[in-house]
Design a protein. Structure first.
Lengths: 117, 112
């Protein structure tokens, strides 16, 4: 199993530019989560999807952030326009809901380190 | 609300020392409890979990026991190795919910 795949691994952009982060969940997982990690705020849940439908986006910081999941194998997190305070590591995680045991826990991708200058 | 409080870091130990990282929680429902580990430059990995009171989760020499009476889930290891250096996160998920609630993380450094 390839695990959760995120791209790019590193992104450096200038303030005001649009940034798109991508995630491919583990095949067969039907829930997907976007997190942001910073030194100041720790690990924050931004939004999660269940069966491609956004369920809770209360963690999305502001309208500059948007997330989509057009199908079960792909999701994007977009920041437009980006600002220096958006610099962080963004993680995607996936989970198979409705089953018991270890296999239904959240599996994290390696993250995208975003730097906005 | 639901929250997790972890022992403040960073924690620095010598190889073969005994490790304890404290974790306490507050939950409105009956939570499952987790420890995740994040190695440098990587995403979080599930280390162990417990789903009901008095359950003990264990993996790679680490253990944690679900203590409902003290609302705690402390992580322990009898003899740490340099390769255990990482950031450790305690987390909970209330029954029926999707969201994990994480603690702030504890950075552990093991010196040879």
């Amino acid at each position: 199993d390839a695990g959760v795949i995120q791209s790019p691994r590193h992104e450096v952009t200038e303030m005001g530019q649009e940034v798109t982060l991508r995630c491919k969940p583990i095949s067969g997982h039907n829930s997907l989560f976007w997190y942001r990690q910073t030194m100041m705020r720790g690990l924050e849940l931004l939004i999660y999807f269940n069966n491609n439908v956004p369920i809770d986006d209360s963690g999305m910081p502001e309208d500059r952030f948007s997330a989509k999941m057009p199908n079960a194998s792909f999701s994007t997190l977009k920041i437009q326009p980006s600002e220096p305070r958006d610099s962080a590591v963004y993680f995607c995680a996936s989970r198979r809901t409705g089953t018991s045991g270890r296999g239904n826990e959240q599996y994290f991708g390696p993250g995208t380190r975003l730097t906005v200058t | 609300g639901n929250s997790v409080t972890q022992m403040e870091g960073p924690v620095t130990l010598s190889e073969e020392a005994f490790l304890t990282i404290n974790c306490t929680y507050t939950a409105t429902g009956y939570p499952s409890l987790f420890w995740y580990v994040q190695y440098p430059g990587e995403g979080l990995q599930l280390l162990l979990k417990a789903t009901k009171a008095d359950d003990k989760g264990s993996n790679k020499g680490f253990e944690a026991t679900y203590r409902k009476e003290t609302t705690s889930f402390h992580l322990e290891k009898g003899s740490v190795q340099v390769s255990d250096s990482a950031v450790y996160f305690c987390a909970l998920r209330v029954q029926g919910a999707q969201k994990l609630v994480f603690g702030q993380g504890t950075r552990l450094t093991i010196n040879p």
